[in-house]
Write a protein that binds this ligand. Structure first.
Ligand code: NAP
Length: 434
């Protein structure tokens, strides 16, 4: 193959994902060349510490600590950003696009916050930016949304897109572990970081949902638009009651397009135990998308890991390489350009059924007081179950399931019920989906 068939790649980052990408580029060179229509040549690899021991062998001189050796190199046509985080990755991506280089990234922080602007910048410079691996690791999502589902109006996304929390919730549900013990197991297994806040508080899922919703609805959804509640308040009792009522508890990222507005939220939900999403266990991810023509489709697989994530990154590299070899890229295809600015609904406007678990005084008339507070706010009760009564403290645990109600009213009701002397504690309230 002649020298002009070379496609120079600058890899920024050689960590978990970068190593997987380098391994695939080096070990599968023959196959990738056929698919890309040119030889993919790893020209430079940016790292923070050039002396670090690496799991992949790199040719001498390939590693650099100087980003300009990639961003300003005339031999590099595709910059693959796998450093992660916002700073300096966002600046490197911007610089690469301005220098007329295509970009492939797995960076959810950058794409969730600045995706629409970077897509526009790429368009202005006649290049592409692809970011399939930023959501769901190796699971194809953004390309199917853009191509295979292009004929659909997407009405909803319900997704398990954080493997760490799904692992913890699976342990709590199946083994009856407390949140803290399940988290410790996840850390011991290498599924949770030493500081797990971004995962367990739902922020990681919110960033991914921002990317997915923006792509699905072609309207800018920022992480700051997304209501976000993590899993730290869930107790063993919630799992026991949920199971008894025929539900599982999952952390779902939900986005829906309703009349003139978008709903976007991440929080624990009770979902019927026979739903496919309820059966997704461990670190696996699953994303259910609903379109007006296709109905419901479900994408399932590994949402993280070196090689699964590299699978998506390398596929993006091949797609970009093909477009370099083919005719000049057309203006952005539908599904990537943000066409609308549909407002995102505040959580208080949500209408949902609720599960309430509370500790009350074990005496006559208490339920009537609670029903009164709920009834005053048009919240109707679907069922009440009285659980354990404690003869020593004269208290009892009750679980109330409501019919769909407005979140604003439920919030008022919770505040009012907390003031009742007979309510000892409102232990949890969880939205019900499905
Ligand atoms: N890990 C996954 O399973 C997964 C899944 C989906 C998406 N992603 C995304 O993929 C990206 C990479 O994640 P990762 O897990 O591979 O990260 P990682 O293991 O921490 O690797 C980061 C790499 O970037 C280099 N680096 C960090 N800061 C740098 C700087 N200022 N200048 C130059 N190089 C720098 C590091 O160099 P040294 O090696 O010298 O320290 C390292 O090679 C992130 O955006 C992440 O969100 C990861």
């Amino acid at each position: 193959m002649g020298i002009d068939n070379r496609i120079g790649i600058g890899l920024m980052g050689l960590g978990v994902v970068g190593s997987g990408v380098a391994k695939a580029l080096l070990e599968k060179a023959g196959q990738l060349t056929k698919q890309a229509g040119g030889t993919l040549v790893l020209e430079k690899v940016l790292v923070a510490d050039i002396d670090k021991h690496r799991p992949v062998q790199m040719a001498p001189g390939l590693l650099t600590q100087d980003p300009r050796r990639i961003l300003d190199s005339p031999n590099i046509g595709i910059v693959v950003e796998l450093i992660g985080g916002e700073d300096p990755a966002a600046a490197y991506i911007e610089s690469a696009l301005k220098n007329g280089k295509h970009v492939v990234t797995a960076n959810k922080d950058v794409m969730a916050k600045f995706g629409p602007e970077l897509l526009q910048l790429a368009d202005q410079n006649g290049v592409e930016i692809l970011y399939e691996a930023s959501v769901g690791g190796g699971i194809p999502l953004l390309l199917p949304l853009k191509q295979s589902l292009a004929a659909n109006d997407i009405s909803s996304i319900r997704a398990i897109i954080n493997g760490t929390t799904n692992y913890i919730l699976t342990k709590m549900s199946q083994d009856g572990l407390s949140f803290h013990i399940a988290l410790r197991e996840a850390q011991e297994e290498g599924y949770a970081e030493a500081d797990p806040a971004k995962d367990v508080e739902g922020l990681d899922a919110a960033y991914k949902l921002a990317i997915l919703a923006t792509s699905a609805f072609q309207s800018t959804v920022r992480p700051s638009d997304i209501y976000c509640q993590g899993i730290t308040r869930l107790g063993e009792a919630d799992f026991l009651h949920a199971r008894e009522l025929g539900y599982e508890i999952k952390l779902l990222a939900i986005a829906k397009k309703t009349e003139g507005a978008i709903e976007a939220r991440v929080h624990p939900v009770l979902i019927p135990a026979d739903y496919l999403l309820a059966k997704v266990t461990g670190v696996f991810n699953a994303i259910q998308i609903e379109g007006d023509l296709v109905g419901q489709v479900l994408f399932y697989g590994k949402g993280a890991g070196s090689l699964p994530t590299a699978s998506a990154v390398v596929a993006d590299i091949i797609a970009v390489a093909r477009s370099i070899r083919g005719p000049r890229p057309e203006p952005m295809p539908a599904g990537t350009v943000v066409q609308d600015m549909v407002p995102v609904k505040p959580i208080f406007d949500l209408v949902s059924p609720y599960y309430l678990r509370m500790n009350i005084a074990d005496q006559p008339g208490v339920l009537a007081q609670i029903a009164h507070v709920l009834g005053d706010r048009s919240i109707s009760i679907a069922s009440v179950i009285q659980k354990r009564a404690d003869p020593v403290t004269h208290s009892a645990e009750i679980v109330i399931m409501t019919h769909p109600a407005r979140e604003q009213f439920m919030d008022d009701a919770l505040a009012e019920m907390a003031k009742l002397s007979v309510v000892r504690e409102i232990c949890n309230f969880i939205r019900v989906e499905g």
